[in-house]
Design a protein around this ligand. Structure first.
Ligand SMILES: [Zn+2]
Length: 168
């Protein structure tokens, strides 16, 4: 990964995004999630700290990425371009742990100029806090893991029914 395969620029989905600077083939490594390797304990501490900061400053971004059962990566650093990768319900890359590093790898051929998109896969229980505005066909409206989408649809359908019932 010597030559950069991507550029960071403004995205229609959210803030800045990461875009393919040239054609990227399925299976190719695109970029790494760089940062500081920290324990789960430290990770929780930083997460809570950031939540507190967000309450006062409105600056809400947390850039902690799960590495394995023991460690996370805090990627809140200028040099970590991967922190700009946006979530979408339809993605073109996946994150793999390769020798203790998080590497984003293309899951399909990506055209030059296409935005690099990854599924953040947040836990279902707090889905209301993470609306999705990806605008992709099949967008489920919230940022959840692919395997939780069926469950989410059921919850949303139930909520809709309740709403109708209460309007009668
Ligand atoms: Zn979406």
């Amino acid at each position: 990964m010597d030559e950069k395969k991507y550029v960071v620029k403004k995205s229609d989905i959210h803030g800045n995004g990461v875009f393919a600077a040239k054609k990227i083939k399925k299976g190719e490594q695109i970029l790494k999630y760089l940062g500081e390797k920290i324990t789960k304990e430290e990770s929780n501490r930083r997460g809570l700290e950031q939540e507190e900061r967000a309450k006062t400053s409105g600056e809400g971004s947390v850039y902690i990425f799960e590495l394995d059962d023991e460690f996370d990566i805090d990627g809140n650093f200028e040099y970590n371009d991967a922190r700009f990768i946006n979530h979408a319900c339809q993605t073109n890359c996946e994150a793999e742990n390769i020798d203790g590093e998080i590497v984003f790898t293309a899951t399909k051929d990506i055209a030059e100029g296409e935005e690099i998109l990854y599924n953040y896969g947040y836990a279902l229980e707090h889905f209301m806090r993470h609306p999705c505005k990806c605008g992709k066909p099949g967008c489920v409206g919230y940022i959840v893991a692919v395997e939780d989408r069926v469950k989410l649809k059921k919850i949303l359908a139930r909520m809709k029914k309740k709403k109708f019932a209460s309007h009668k």
